[in-house]
Each structure stands twice: as structure tokens, then as C-alpha cells.
Write a protein that binds this ligand. Structure first.
Ligand SMILES: NC(=O)c1ccc[n+]([C@@H]2O[C@H](COP(=O)([O-])OP(=O)(O)OC[C@H]3O[C@@H](n4cnc5c(N)ncnc54)[C@H](O)[C@@H]3O)[C@@H](O)[C@H]2O)c1
Length: 482
């Protein structure tokens, strides 16, 4: 299903990006068909592709790494686990082919050594959440453009810090919330008719007024699993546990047994992939999937640059909590179930639920739509017909939402924006606002109280204790400095 790009549209893009990119190295060729971009981005000249370094090369990097390498030549990989960096080096060399033999791919345990390299222009950050902002800030200060996985932040304060450094450094920064660019959904019951970029369409429908006055968004994002007691275990050889923990408190390495539904490298651990189920390193599903669905819901409601005025809710946690902290250290601790309601100015509500069909429902006075990774439907379960008539690339509402660029490839959008030095579609500022709602939701369910929020001052109102939760204590040597 490849889509032709006319020579005049290509010329227009090249003209505008060439002007913006004056003084930069020769611009890579962007043919701007999302379906052919990956192939066309390959070149044989080593001079015309940005030089890439990859920090954190675990599970998700298996997708993000090759996506980035469609546009850039990877010369360095970094991970605190030797197994991961060796795997990534092999993948990068393979992708580079002949060029790789000449140039090589360096492995690093310490990301600061990778950032010290002046030849590296672009980095991907695909570490666990508690490292995103520290590495992101240091990367921008070292002059790199950044593609960083979601959720960008661990706390609301981190969101303020990274926004500040982005403004100061003028780097280009894409957050990995690919729902803003990609995906394809069914639009009728038999699933034969499909639509690309359904989340963008959902936002466009909301902004068109067809649903009337918007009153409610419901995000269903799942809950964390629970675990048994996970025993202490020796730190695996070649794994820098201190550096993996980073800003989080020093604790014993723990690991369960493989099998019983968990065959990950370190099953039932605090580390690879499993970090999501611990508040020390993440926010559970509230931030893991909230980063995607709260982001889209906030965009739909038009609150992506502001925030809620109050938030309340309830949750089940898999271990007992006291004053917001788990009292047990050897079991997953993130919420297994929750129902949070955030109120926004203009009498709009956002409900964030663990249970139900994963996706986002937007209700207005005139209609309702549901959007998910597989579906875009109205309240009768049928296609949202008006919007099926045009392809995303030909729909002016989508073009406006996508800042005049063509959607279809989230990584491609990052590299295109590097050319004209604009912020990509998943920008830090709106992501920080979406994450603020998710973090407030977690503060609310951990403390078990309703919070009033001043979205301009970015402060919890009338509650000094709760306000302390906007940031966390960071372990000595791993503090974030702006
Ligand atoms: N956009 C999406 O749809 C999507 C999907 C999955 C994961 N993610 C995000 O990707 C991130 C990584 O998730 P994952 O499942 O790949 O986790 P993972 O644990 O498999 O991989 C993370 C890697 O980072 C390494 N690491 C930790 N600290 C490091 C440091 N200081 N320096 C260098 N490397 C370090 C770990 O050793 C590990 O190999 C998470 O933030 C997650 O939310 C996004």
C-alpha cells in the first residue's frame, strides 16, 4: 500500500528544510511516504546520515533501535547489562553492513562516556523510566537531539526540569508516544475497512465540534500484576546494579524463578521489563499506558497545555501502604486496580480506569467515540463515516494537528524535525502535562486523598504534605542537575 509523493510536494519539503538546515551537514533524503520511508532512508554514503548512539538497549530497543537505524548510523550502544550491549552491538553491526566493518560499534556501560563523544549527534534513550530525565537532560546539554521513550518523567518536578533544559538548549526532542503518529484500526464491524492514524482522527473529530461540547474522556489502561515474595539473588555477572538503580534507593537484587508464566531474563525482578510494577522506578500502569491514553485524551479535550483542577479516586495495591509508601520490599507494589477522576475547567472530566476494554472513550453532548489501537467507532459500534472519506495525508484537519507534516512514522517525524529544528509531534511540553495528570493520579491513590491542583503554578493547593510528592529524594551521585 505505498503512496506516491508528488515531485512538487517533495520539492516544497526540501526547500523549506534546506533553508532551515543551512549550515548543517547535507540533508538526508526524505521521500515522505510513511510506507516507503524505511527503505528510502537507506543510503550508501556515510557522510549524509546522522551519527547515532543508543542508551538502554533492552526489550523495547529491539523495535526503537532498528527504527532509528533506518535514518542514522549507530556507532555506539550503552547498557548497564553486558548481555544487552553485546546483543545491541551485533544488531547495529548487522544493520550497518559494510560500513560497520569500517566504522565499528563501541559498547559502553556508562552513558556519560557515550555522551562525551562529539561525533554522536542523536541519541535514543530506552532505559527504565527513572533514568529518562537525567540522561535526557545531560544528552541535550551535550548537544544531542533525543528520541526518548515514554513515560518521560518519574515525577512532576522532573517534567519541569526537562522542559526548562529543552528551552535553554534548543535541541529537538521526541517522546516515544507513537500513538500520535502510527497505528491502524478497523472502522467497520467486519474489520475489512481500516484507517491509518486513528488516534489523530479521534482528536480531529473532537476538535471538529461533531461531538458537541466535550464532557468526558475515559481512559482504560489496565492494572499491574501482583507477585509472590521474590527472593534475594546474587547480582548477575556483568550487570551494574548500582547504576541500574540510579536515583532510586539502594536495595537488594531480587529474582524469581522462570516458568509459571514468566520466562523473562530476570523473572519477577525489579529490573528488565519488570521495573514497571514498582513505584521506585515507574508509576505502574498509570504511567506505563497512561503515557499513551491520557496523552491522547488530553489532546482530544484540549487540555494538553494545562491540567486538571482536582483529582480523586481509589485503588487496590498488592502490598500494604503507610503514608504513601509500601511496607513490604519483596513484592511488586504498583496498583493492580484503580478508578481515578480528574476534573478540568469547563466542566470536563477524565476518568482513568484499570478495568474494561483498553482504549479511550470521548463523550460529547452530541455523540461519543471510542478509539484504541485496533478500533475507531461511534456509540453504535459503527464506522465514524465522515472521516473515512479522506486519507490522513489529504485531510486538512490531520495536517493541522500534525503541524503540517505527514504522519505515519514516529521516528521519521523526529528525523524530519531535526532538519527544520522544530519540536516533533510528541513534544516534551504537552507530554509533561499529560504525565502531570498521571503522576497526580498516583499521588492521590497512594495518599488516599482528593487533591486540588493549580495548573499554572504547578502546585497542589492547600496541602503541604502532598506537595512534597511533586519530587523525590535522589540517591547521592545520581541527582538530576539543571
Ligand atoms: N512506546 C511504547 O509503546 C513502549 C513499549 C514498551 C516499552 N516502552 C518504554 O521503554 C522503556 C524501556 O522499557 P523496556 O521494556 O525495554 O525495559 P527493559 O528493562 O527491557 O530495557 C531497559 C534497558 O535499559 C538498561 N538500563 C538501565 N539503566 C541504564 C543506564 N543508566 N544506562 C544504560 N542502560 C540502562 C537496562 O539494563 C535494560 O537493558 C520504558 O520506559 C518503557 O515504558 C515504550
Amino acid at each position: 500500500m505505498s503512496r506516491k509523493v508528488t515531485s512538487s510536494s517533495r520539492r516544497k519539503f526540501l526547500q523549506s528544510s534546506a533553508a532551515a538546515a543551512a549550515g548543517l551537514a547535507a540533508a538526508p533524503y526524505f521521500p515522505w511516504s510513511p510506507y516507503t520511508m524505511a527503505q528510502d532512508a537507506k543510503t550508501t554514503s556515510k557522510q549524509d546520515r546522522p551519527i547515532l548512539g543508543c542508551i538502554g538497549v533492552g526489550d523495547r530497543w529491539n523495535a526503537v533501535g532498528p527504527q532509528a537505524m533506518n535514518f542514522a548510523d549507530c556507532v555506539a550502544v550503552c547498557d548497564v547489562d553486558v548481555n544487552m550491549r553485546e546483543k545491541a552491538k551485533g544488531m547495529a553491526l548487522n544493520k550497518l553492513g559494510e560500513k560497520g566493518k569500517e566504522r565499528g560499534v563501541e559498547m559502553y556501560e556508562d552513558y556519560r562516556k557515550l555522551l562525551d563523544r562529539k561525533d554522536i549527534e542523536v541519541v535514543t534513550i530506552v532505559t527504565p523510566d527513572h533514568w529518562h530525565v537525567k540522561i535526557g537532560i545531560e544528552a541535550m546539554k551535550a548537544g544531542k537531539d533525543v528520541y526518548c521513550e515514554k513515560p518521560l518523567t518519574l515525577t512532576i518536578d522532573e517534567g519541569k526540569q526537562i522542559s526548562k533544559v529543552l528551552k535553554e538548549t534548543g535541541r529537538v526532542f521526541q517522546v516515544g508516544t507513537q500513538q500520535r503518529s502510527e497505528m491502524s484500526a478497523r472502522v467497520n464491524k467486519d474489520g475489512k475497512q481500516r484507517i491509518d492514524q486513528q488516534f489523530l482522527h479521534a482528536v480531529a473529530i473532537c476538535k471538529s465540534g461533531k461531538l458537541g461540547k466535550l464532557v468526558k474522556a475515559t481512559c482504560v489502561i489496565g492494572g499491574a500484576p501482583s507477585s509472590g515474595e521474590i527472593p534475594k539473588a546474587p547480582v548477575p555477572t556483568g550487570f551494574n546494579w548500582d547504576m541500574w538503580l540510579g536515583q532510586a534507593p539502594m536495595v537488594d537484587f531480587v529474582m524469581g524463578k522462570k516458568g509459571e508464566g514468566n520466562n523473562r531474563q530476570y523473572p519477577e525482578s525489579r529490573t528488565h521489563y519488570e521495573f514497571r510494577w514498582w513505584y521506585e522506578y515507574s508509576g505502574g500502569k498509570m504511567t506505563d499506558w497512561g503515557a499513551h491514553h491520557i496523552d491522547i485524551a488530553a489532546w482530544c479535550l484540549g487540555v494538553d497545555t494545562s491540567g486538571p483542577s482536582h483529582i480523586e479516586g481509589t485503588a487496590d495495591h498488592p502490598v500494604p501502604f503507610k503514608d504513601g509508601w509500601p511496607t513490604v520490599s519483596n513484592k511488586y507494589n504498583a496498583a493492580t486496580k484503580f478508578h481515578v477522576t480528574a476534573g478540568f475547567p469547563g466542566e470536563m472530566e477524565m476518568h482513568i480506569l484499570s478495568d474494561g476494554e483498553n482504549g479511550i472513550t470521548i463523550e460529547g453532548t452530541e455523540g461519543t467515540i471510542f478509539v484504541s489501537r485496533g478500533d475507531l467507532r461511534d456509540e453504535k459500534g459503527t464506522a465514524v463515516a465522515d472521516y473515512m472519506k479522506t486519507k490522513p495525508s489529504e485531510n486538512p484537519a490531520i495536517a493541522t494537528l500534525y503541524k503540517g507534516k505527514r504522519p505515519g512514522n514516529h521516528m521519521g517525524n523526529f528525523f524530519e524535525c531535526r532538519q527544520d529544528r522544530t519540536q516533533p509531534i510528541s513534544d516534551v511540553y504537552t507530554h509533561h502535562r499529560a504525565m502531570t495528570t498521571a503522576h497526580l493520579a498516583n499521588i492521590c491513590i497512594r495518599l488516599g486523598k482528593k487533591l486540588q491542583w493549580d495548573s499554572q503554578a504547578e502546585q497542589i493547593l492547600g496541602d503541604d504534605e502532598a506537595n512534597k510528592w511533586l519530587k523525590r529524594e535522589q540517591r547521592k551521585g545520581y541527582e538530576i542537575e539543571v
